[in-house]
Design a protein around this ligand. Structure first.
Ligand code: ADP
Ligand code: MG
Length: 451
């Protein structure tokens, strides 16, 4: 097979296995350039992507390639224009690598997913206002609601609506539109500063007609990025350019961002999205089933909608599990089986155990290792992240977390938390990883704590 075809096929498989944002971030600009015996050479745009692919996705890539070719291919990742023979292994980051994350080319923009259009968005009481406002903004950018601020919990359709605006504008009219997440915006800004390219960075964001910024809650602790966004906001606003923002909490609850920035978020329209009611959940399931050409009985869809109430991404996940099960049973399934397949939401509480499980899955280390004594970098890093997230996402105290991590002293846990917090500010790749784990957790589990 041609290396190009092989890699494109592999990418399709990989796209099905990881989140869209991750896929765009890490695989978007990669190309298969050479198949040299047992060795596949992949070209990527920069060191940042190279290290991310190596650290996070090497095993996944290798296994997909083996499935496709029936051979154990060796993977060599090179950066364009500057071939390097370093093969992909290190899990431990050297100072040079850390620096390289911050000095190589990183584009802040993300691509739009073509399914995220208004036609695929089911309206209900829960999202009526947000939907109507997004539609109005798409039809007359900069003229009606500016900014538009959409907030709601994870998995309720914020990204879908933001991208629907982008997709609509791409099809109608000649607007210059940027869709990005606050996370990507941050990474790109740090990169621009390090390479003395802040003018180009600013210019790009300040001349756009429409700026769609997803997940602004992510700007917590990022003073510099908040400052930059503040100026970008002012510039765009003064020239009647459309700004749309999303967040997992309302402006009132964004107490940890700069007041002057948050007050601007409220200048236009603030629209929330609530969890959908039963009828809307069934309508969404019907739409998804139809979209995928699946025939599923109403009683089955109703049962899924009963089991999964708070999150549409989880609802889609549940539908997939049911469909997979049907596949094993000649397309047949009964409500009892669906009930057994989908645990009650109350049972899925976001606690330290859930966090350890997700972190263990994400980094491919065992839970025993997370709790254990090993000082290997490949294990201490996931452990620190698990401790950090336990503190951020649950109500557990430092001593309680210590008990969950092999009876460590609370001072050890506190120290780990603080160090990790600092590290996350400094290394965009770690932020990206942690944010992805957090989002996975919030999709699967119910958060008990107030913050
Ligand atoms: P958020 O950004 O709020 O976390 P997303 O926009 O990523 O949530 O939505 C999660 C999934 O649920 C996506 O696949 C999206 O298409 C789907 N979804 C959300 N709201 C709706 C809706 N009202 N109708 C159809 N699908 C929806
Ligand atoms: Mg989102």
């Amino acid at each position: 097979m041609e290396p190009k075809t092989l890699w494109e096929t592999a990418k399709k498989e990989i796209a099905d296995k990881i989140s869209q944002a991750s896929f765009e971030t890490w695989f978007g600009d990669t190309a298969g350039t050479k198949l040299d015996g047992e060795q596949l050479i992949i070209e990527v745009p920069n060191e940042f992507i190279k290290s991310g692919l190596t650290r996070r996705y090497r095993d996944l890539i290798t296994s997909v390639l083996t499935d496709l070719t029936g051979k154990e291919l060796e993977l060599h990742i090179i950066t364009s224009g500057r071939p390097s023979s370093i093969s992909a292994t290190p899990t431990r980051l050297s100072k040079e690598e850390i620096n390289s994350f911050q000095t190589k080319d990183v584009s802040g923009e993300l691509h739009l997913k073509k399914e995220y259009i208004f036609e695929n968005f089911i309206r209900g009481k829960n999202n009526q206002l947000a939907f109507a406002a997004a539609m109005a903004v798409a039809k007359s950018p900069g003229e009606i609601y500016n900014p538009l601020f959409i907030h709601g919990n994870v998995g309720l359709g914020k990204t879908h609506l933001l991208q629907a605006i982008g997709n609509y504008l791409a099809d109608h009219g000649h607007y210059n539109v940027i869709y990005t997440s606050s996370e990507r915006f941050t990474i790109e800004m740090i990169d621009a500063i390090q390479r003395d390219r802040t003018a180009a960075f600013r210019n790009k964001y300040r001349v756009t007609d429409v700026l769609l910024i997803d997940d602004v809650h992510f700007l917590k602790d990022k003073e510099g990025t908040q400052e930059e966004l503040f100026h970008t906001f002012n510039e765009l606003y003064q020239r009647n350019r459309q700004i749309v923002l999303s967040s997992d909490r309302s402006p009132r609850e964004l107490t940890y961002l700069q007041d002057r920035l948050v007050s601007r978020f409220r200048w236009g329209l603030v629209a929330d999205i609530q969890p959908p009611n039963f009828e809307t959940r069934v309508a969404i399931l019907k739409h998804k089933a139809r979209q995928n050409g699946l025939e599923i009985k109403d009683e089955i869809l109703n049962m899924i909608a009963t089991r999964v109430a708070s999150n549409i991404r989880a609802l889609e996940g549940a539908l997939l599990r049911v469909v997979a099960q049907m596949g094993l049973q000649n397309g047949e399934i009964d409500t009892q089986t669906v009930e057994d397949l989908l645990p009650e939401e109350e049972e899925r509480v976001l606690n330290t155990a859930a966090i350890k499980e997700e972190v263990s899955r994400f980094y491919g280390v065992s839970i025993a290792d997370l709790e254990g004594e090993s000082r290997k970098e490949g294990i201490t890093h996931p452990r620190h992240i698990a401790i950090y997230l336990s503190r951020e996402l649950t109500d557990s105290s430092f001593p309680e977390i210590g008990r969950e991590f092999g009876d460590r002293a609370h001072t050890t846990i506190m120290h780990s938390y603080k160090t990790t917090k600092k590290l996350l500010k400094e290394i965009p790749l770690f932020q990206t990883e942690t944010e992805e784990i957090r989002e996975n957790l919030l999709t699967k589990f119910k958060k008990l704590s107030s913050d």
